[in-house]
Design a protein around this ligand. Structure first.
Ligand code: FES
Ligand code: FES
Length: 155
């Protein structure tokens, strides 16, 4: 199959790469760029595990073709922090035991990053509504909401 060359900025680094038109963004990030922090669960837009930020808005990377992102800026979970240097939001997740198996965590973190940047999150209800598109199969929702609340309050 023919490929197209696309230019994207991912976590502040510009990349020019060839992509088949059918390649989804999640596979481009994981397979082409080696950024495996973005997880792929349902592959049809339901679970939110694959959430990344595209030009500042949270999106499902399993529902986008990489070629659609030509010229865009993408943020993945790798942009937040490292094992030895967690971001305040990641630190709040650790403090509040907001992950069990961790599969949903990259998507939760990126959705929460979007929420924390854009919304007042005055109530836990707002946080719940904001995270309602992300599923946690370990059902650790109370802890996740508590972690986002703590990150918000620490700002
Ligand atoms: S893998 Fe994209 S929403 Fe589930
Ligand atoms: S921590 Fe296991 S799916 Fe959320």
């Amino acid at each position: 199959m023919s490929t197209r060359t696309i230019t994207v900025t991912v976590n502040g680094t510009p990349y020019e790469r060839a992509a088949e038109p059918r390649l989804i963004l999640a596979d481009f990030l994981r397979g082409t760029l080696g950024l495996t922090g973005t997880h792929v669960g349902c592959e049809h837009g339901v679970c939110g595990a694959c959430t990344v930020l595209v030009d500042g808005d949270s999106m499902r990377s399993c529902l986008l073709f990489a070629v659609q992102l030509d010229g865009c800026s993408i943020e993945t979970v790798e942009s937040l922090g490292t094992l030895n240097n967690l971001s305040p939001l990641q630190e709040a997740f650790r403090e509040h035991h907001a992950l069990q198996c961790g599969f949903c965590t990259p998507g939760m973190l990126m959705t929460a990053t979007d929420l924390l940047r854009k919304y007042p999150l005055a109530t836990d209800e707002e946080i719940r509504e904001g995270l309602s598109g992300n599923l946690c199969r370990c059902t650790g929702y109370e802890h996740i909401v508590a972690a986002v609340r703590a990150a918000k309050d620490a700002r």
